[in-house]
Design a protein around this ligand. Structure first.
Ligand code: HEM
Length: 493
């Protein structure tokens, strides 16, 4: 069903020429999540692979697990490219010199291998365990003090998402620039990175009729260039500070930015320039903060909504604490304990299945025209997109898929011994699948297990009086809770 010969005689995957009520200009401005219900209808009408004309591009959407497996795993060499970036993005991604945006080729390979072999291999991940402990302590303290700062007699209900995001952000800042970055600097970095995400859609408008936009919307273009400059002003000094440290000091506690200082582009045979390093550090911070912070909020929301599940997590941790010889600090779930907590892990997987932070993987492209399931998938002006959330809710795999049930991932459940890479079969893909799979899925799982474990072990999590946990969704950079989680925390110690 896959060949690259005589592709021109095949049609594109089916789909409407136009959507009723929605012109293609409007469509380009719709975010993908707003498209989800439309795509669900189109699937019923046209099948699991459809094309939408979006401006001059054709966006192909794949909503079926086995088709995704066929594309991303069995034909991974062809389906792992990325589309050409629009003009505005090229300013922020150094002309596609970042892992997420690089074409499938030597640049991507170099950058991805650098991240996985220098920062994400198990020994290096372990070297950051002191950092995680420190960030956890700070988070617990902040939650505790905000909970206690109520003037009234009833326990104070607090909003937790900002605390979660900040904690995840600190973790990545320390991994990126070393432990010595102070709080004021972290707030500075956070402010520019946020400005970048918040304005993403506004800058996107500049990509229509770029010449016209440059003239009419020149203020906005200036704003984009100004944002880039601000980002360089904040991040570049941190990279230079690492460079000044000297090799020995850097080797004793390697950070992500250090690894960039030693890289060389394979084709041009030159080192990375400062702008390229800023782009890569920014990508590192962005890729891991909102995704993990959002997942953390969804998971904790389910633990508040279902106290019996929370109780089971606590009981499991209690068992491990009892078995620890010599006792030690019983207030902390240690990283070594995590592999003895299968229910905790199952609960996190269920959180990622039911509420994946990204409802779509990043847009893919094919590296050559090809025929896939009798349809033409073109290389030029086309993107290939995968509906992550739909796949995790497939009733053919998951019984009552909208129910939150961690037991699915335990013995006897339909997700038992689930393989996150999807190499043999894709049952869900919160991290994507194939060659472009999230390179940090192990780190992300570990962060979630460590933080969720400690958060429920240290506090009892409850909805405010008469509270109801509303699990409605809203799209930001990731798919977040429409009504951010509000909780009452009672310390368990
Ligand atoms: C719960 C947390 C996370 C989730 C759900 C998640 C999910 C994803 C998804 C869906 C993709 C797109 C895959 C594709 O396009 O096929 C991706 C790519 C990526 N993620 Fe993550 N991610 C998480 C955490 C992280 C962290 C902590 C980092 C870095 C420290 C990271 C770095 C990246 C990078 C660099 C890519 C681009 C890979 C490439 O294009 O080759 N992610 N992630």
């Amino acid at each position: 069903s896959l060949s690259s010969s005589s592709s021109s005689s095949h049609p594109l995957p089916p789909g409407p020429l136009r959507l009723p009520f929605i012109g293609s200009l409007h469509l380009l401005l719709l975010s993908f999540t707003e498209l989800e219900p439309i795509l669900r209808d189109l699937r019923a009408k046209y099948g699991p692979i459809v094309t939408l004309p979006i401006a001059s591009r054709r966006a192909i959407f794949v909503s079926d697990r086995s088709l995704a497996h066929h594309a991303l795993i069995q034909n991974g060499a062809v389906f792992s490219d990325r589309p050409r970036s629009p003009a505005t993005s090229k300013i922020l991604n150094s002309n596609q010199h970042s892992i997420t945006t690089a074409f499938y080729g030597p640049t991507w390979r170099l950058l991805r291998r650098n991240l996985t072999s220098e920062i994400l291999h198990p020994a290096r991940i372990k070297s950051f365990s002191g950092t995680r402990k420190r960030v956890l302590r700070t988070l617990l303290e902040r939650l505790r003090s905000e909970s206690e700062s109520s003037s009234s007699t009833s326990r104070n209900s607090i909003k937790v998402i900002d605390h979660f995001q900040y904690a995840m952000f600190c973790l990545l800042v320390f991994m990126c620039f070393g432990e010595s970055v102070d709080e004021k600097k972290i707030r500075d970095i956070e402010r520019v990175q946020r400005r970048y995400l918040v304005n993403f859609d506004r800058f996107n408008v500049l990509n229509f009729w770029p010449r016209v936009a440059k003239f009419l919307l020149y203020k906005r273009w200036e704003e984009l260039l100004d944002l880039r400059k601000e980002q360089e002003d904040v991040l570049a000094p941190l990279i230079r500070a690492r460079e000044k440290l000297g090799k020995e000091e850097r080797i004793s506690a390697v950070s992500y930015s250090d690894t960039l200082l030693d890289l060389e582009w394979p084709e041009e045979k030159r080192k990375l320039n400062e702008g390229e390093m800023v782009t890569l550090c920014s990508e590192f911070l962005n890729a891991g903060t909102d995704t993990t912070g959002t997942a953390l909020q969804w998971i904790m929301a389910n633990l508040v909504k279902y106290p019996e599940i929370q109780e089971k997590v606590v009981k499991e941790i209690e068992g491990v604490m009892r078995e620890r010889d010599g006792g030690g600090d019983n207030k902390e779930v240690r990283e070594e304990d995590l592999n003895k907590l299968p229910y905790l892990k199952a609960m996190i997987l269920e959180g990622l299945r039911r509420h994946p932070p990204a409802h779509f993987v990043l847009p893919h492209a094919v590296s050559e025209d090809l025929v896939f399931k009798d349809y033409l998938v073109p290389k030029e002006n086309a993107t290939v997109n995968f509906l992550v959330a739909e796949m995790g809710w497939d009733p053919k795999v998951w019984e009552n898929p909208m129910e939150f049930k961690p037991e699915r991932f335990l013995k006897g459940g339909e997700g038992f011994e689930f393989d996150i890479t999807g190499n043999k079969e894709i049952k869900m893909m919160p991290f994507g699948a194939g060659r472009r799979i999230c390179p940090a899925y192990n780190l992300a799982m570990m962060h979630l297990e460590y933080f969720v474990g400690n958060l429920v072990w240290n506090f009892e999590w409850k909805a405010p009086d008469g509270g109801y946990v509303d699990l409605s969704e809203k799209e930001e950079f990731t798919v977040v809770m429409k009504n951010p989680l509000q909780v009452c925390l009672s310390p368990r110690f």
